[in-house]
Design a protein around this ligand. Sequence first.
Ligand SMILES: Nc1nc2c(c(=O)[nH]1)N[C@H]1C(S)=C(S)[C@@H](COP(=O)(O)OP(=O)(O)OC[C@H]3O[C@@H](n4cnc5c(=O)[nH]c(N)nc54)[C@H](O)[C@@H]3O)O[C@H]1N2
Ligand SMILES: Nc1nc2c(c(=O)[nH]1)N[C@H]1C(S)=C(S)[C@@H](COP(=O)(O)OP(=O)(O)OC[C@H]3O[C@@H](n4cnc5c(=O)[nH]c(N)nc54)[C@H](O)[C@@H]3O)O[C@H]1N2
Ligand SMILES: [Mo]
Length: 768
Amino acid sequence: MSNHHKKITASHWGVGLATIEDGRIVAVEGHPDDPAASPINANIPGSLHGNARVCRPAIRKSWLNGTPGAVPRGQDSFVEVSWDRALDLIAKEVTRVCETHGNTGIFAGSYGWSSAGRFHHAQSQLKRFLNTIGGFVRSEGNYSYNTALGLMPHIVGPFRTHVAQATRWSVVAKNTDLVVLFGGLALRNTQVSDGGVTRHRATGTMLACAEAGVDFVNISPLRSDALEALEAEWIAARPGSDTALMMGLAHTVLTEGLHDLDFLQKYTVGFDKIDAYLRGTTDGTPKDADWAADLTGVEADAIRALARRMAAGRTMISVAAGVQRGDYGEQPMWMAVTLAAMLGQIGLPGGGYTVGYGVNANIGNIERLFRWGTLPQGQNPVRDYIPVAMISEMLLNPGGTYSYQGQKRTFPDARLVWWAGGNPFHHHQDLNRLHAAFQRPETIIVNEVNWTATARHADIVLPVAAAQERTDFGAGKSDSGLVPMPQLVAPVGEARVEYDIYADLAARLGTAQAFTEGKSSEEWLREIWDATCARGREAGCDLPDWDEFIVGDVIHLPDPSPDQVFLADYRADPVAHALPTPSGRVEIFSETIAGFDLPDCKGHPTWFPPRDQAEGKARDFPLFLLSGQPKTRLHSQLDNGAYSMSLKVAGREPVLIHPEDARQRGISGGDVVEMYNERGRCLAGARVTDEIQKGCVFLWTGAWYDPDFSAPQARDRHGNPNVLTHDLRTSELTQSPAAHSALVEIKRFEGAPPPVEAHDPPTFAPEL
Ligand SMILES: Nc1nc2c(c(=O)[nH]1)N[C@H]1C(S)=C(S)[C@@H](COP(=O)(O)OP(=O)(O)OC[C@H]3O[C@@H](n4cnc5c(=O)[nH]c(N)nc54)[C@H](O)[C@@H]3O)O[C@H]1N2
Ligand SMILES: Nc1nc2c(c(=O)[nH]1)N[C@H]1C(S)=C(S)[C@@H](COP(=O)(O)OP(=O)(O)OC[C@H]3O[C@@H](n4cnc5c(=O)[nH]c(N)nc54)[C@H](O)[C@@H]3O)O[C@H]1N2
Ligand SMILES: [Mo]
């Protein structure tokens, strides 16, 4: 007998209403309150109940046998064991590592998006647990906008606050003449917001701008990075050349006297330095439009015309986070701030600059009204950390030194790595190198919903309940809505919620009271909800109690500042609202950064050509590889769901190729192609389209890594761009990932392509 009902759930891509039949989710649709619900929901049923679920605790065979090096991680089979056996092994191993090496022997940076839900947040749970047993080495920063996190505090102020203070699109619609989009404004990315989104407003606010007659220029390798209705002018500049383009624009503004000297004097420091650099007084090279034309491939006259247009009216400069995810990614951020300062419109309604419009659903659209309740993570007694993208370096060079924010630092010696809620074999660059790095630790533990490539590289894999298999509530970090997340279905197989796993482990380690404080997950949830209600009351909102809330519907709260203008207060009073920089002003020149004396980030914005190009690799690998976020899923999550699968080409991730590049290589749409460079190779499915700039190929991130260790360079069969990207950092200042600066070549794959195996479980060996 089947039992039908629709129930609410929340995810990073929005609120869903699930249809449940016989204890399984069979469909998830958007909430009727949501003007543009995300089709990513349609992936949930197939993935949640898919083949790839981790159903029982599993131990890598060679590790269990006591011969851990017999078969490399990532290539070994697994032995399924009972929970008791798995937790006994972990308790013993954690104790051994801490006693022998101290808690700095544990690395649990565990970067990743995990899933929505305030309480069952995978990283918070893991960190709380490890903090109660003496701590761990963490990581700092993210893969999203790390150069902005590391640079902006020196030159304007903390980046996260700035994103929250972004000028609202409604203000842009009313006041702005021209929006210049470096890196476009990809609506596919506005499906998502960290922790959740209750109404997708971005398409609506874009359309309102179009209706109001705001002009848009889209500077991006993808024409489709701007909504068609905007009728944006498309400028296809060479990837990695934005800094040069901005300098060409700035040079025109400067030499034609279109810059705002009053603004520069009153609100900034160091303009004289960039003035000299732009004119070429310091290095003999004027950064004029002709210079920029050579580097960007954009005509000099078009650069001059755009500069004049930007100076003639109210102009918003927008920089996508993707632009800084490349070599020397600090520079386009800094140069955008500089160019905006020269135009003198920072702090005016609809003018100035914004970094991160389009990085999620909410930026420029809404912000949360107050801070939601949180599971306390406790204190980490270990102070050591690594910049997030240095994972391979750390594992390959324990005790090695590196430079970061002007400090000389030493890598810890990670003996035990624990990952929960992230997929480094999705998110990190140069996966062949990561595969080698992951052979180094003594033990790797991964908590996972699915048999991802990261789980396959673990020694101990713990099956965890997915978001729909536990009770929680959703509340996005930048969203102003609260969503009940009642448990919809039972966990698959023997999967458990992570809180209960750690509670059992803590009991084995004698730290149960410290971890649980005597509370069940239900009791914690009520406590965190009560804390949320208390903050709500302070903000003037009455929220229902937990019992009423959890059986109810979404609660929408208002935007705390719907007419927000970024840095308006600073413009109004630069003394009372001095910026939290050393000078209290916008730092076009930073004494602090100059004092670090770095080879790859100077005291003012500087042009550095991307490395692969500078090293002449374009001879062998002439195409720029771009690898932005996928439309059909969140990173690697739900890649085996119906919507994600529906847009694959020949069962592989689609790669966008310009018709001329395809013709030169005898490639047609639908072909299986092989992409390669000196670091790795992968198969993908060709999609020939003129929405991509000639000379560039675009391969979405997130196809589960599917290495074929019998093929050259352990060829990936599925189309994961990170087998091709380099593992170099943007600069020593921020040590950020630079995935978008890779060169590749591509050819038709001849013969029968090997089947993709990434969505199937690994090979299991019988229990010993
Ligand atoms: N080449 C290239 N690489 C990139 C980027 C790029 O532009 N180009 N972008 C980068 C960016 S911006 C980011 S943010 C990263 C994203 O990288 P990640 O955040 O690592 O990617 P996800 O696929 O979201 O990984 C989350 C994992 O958590 C698991 N999970 C979900 N819920 C739970 C849970 O409750 N508990 C546990 N234990 N696990 C759970 C999922 O199954 C999934 O495997 O990728 C980066 N990598
Ligand atoms: N559907 C969906 N939405 C998502 C995510 C997802 O996985 N799926 N992930 C979320 C996350 S974690 C993040 S951080 C954001 C990321 O948001 P963004 O960083 O804004 O997105 P990307 O797609 O990485 O990059 C945006 C665009 O930059 C362009 N670009 C790349 N390199 C260059 C360059 O050198 N110059 C110029 N001018 N343009 C360039 C590319 O064409 C790309 O389409 O998206 C979020 N939204
Ligand atoms: Mo991100």
